[in-house]
Write a protein of this length. Structure first.
Length: 174
């Protein structure tokens, strides 16, 4: 499949002109991720896509200033007693990267089938809904929570947007 990239700001009609105080909303993006082994360490980098293999088995990396607002999970772990999983992130840089192993989801139900994690979900991490890194892109990580599964896998659709600090509250470029 062909890919399209775009690095400019997205504008909606005349909503972000300086003469109009209305500000267009952020564009919501969705990335698919796959956790092949829910018994792995929480620092295991998730793969892109639900059946990622070969060249498509690349890490799921979100841009700097990404804010996760919703996660849909196909939680199909097997075995264990009430198995759980954690999702977190680690900065993409070589020297002393910041990270949070359960900052996105902390002990989510790993065998619940189709599940949605949002602001009202008790098991979202302390950085869900906040910018993870203002300096670097982040790799999404995940693995076993407090109660281990014995097998299976998990697939995710990660809904996020990117905060753009270059626009002031009046919609004008700062």
């Amino acid at each position: 499949m062909a890919r399209t990239t775009f690095s400019g700001p997205v504008r909606v009609g005349k909503a972000q002109q300086t003469s109009n105080p209305e500000v267009a909303g952020a564009v919501s993006l969705v990335a698919e991720a796959h956790m092949a082994d829910p018994t792995a360490a929480t620092t295991t980098v998730l793969r892109r896509g639900s059946a990622a293999t070969g060249n498509s088995a690349l890490a799921l990396i979100l841009p700097k200033n990404a804010i996760i607002t919703n996660i849909e999970a196909e939680a199909d772990a097997t075995g264990g007693t009430n198995p759980t999983f954690d999702l977190g992130w680690i900065e993409v840089k070589s020297d002393s990267p910041a990270s949070d192993a359960d900052g996105i989801i902390d002990n989510g139900d790993a065998d619940a089938g189709h599940t949605v994690f949002n602001f009202a979900t008790a098991t979202v991490g302390d950085e869900f809904g906040f910018v993870m890194s203002t300096s670097y892109p982040v790799k999404i990580t995940g693995g076993v929570g407090a109660s281990a599964a014995t097998g299976g896998s998990l697939n995710f659709r990660v809904h996020y947007h990117v905060y753009d600090p270059s626009f002031g509250t009046d919609g004008s470029s700062s």
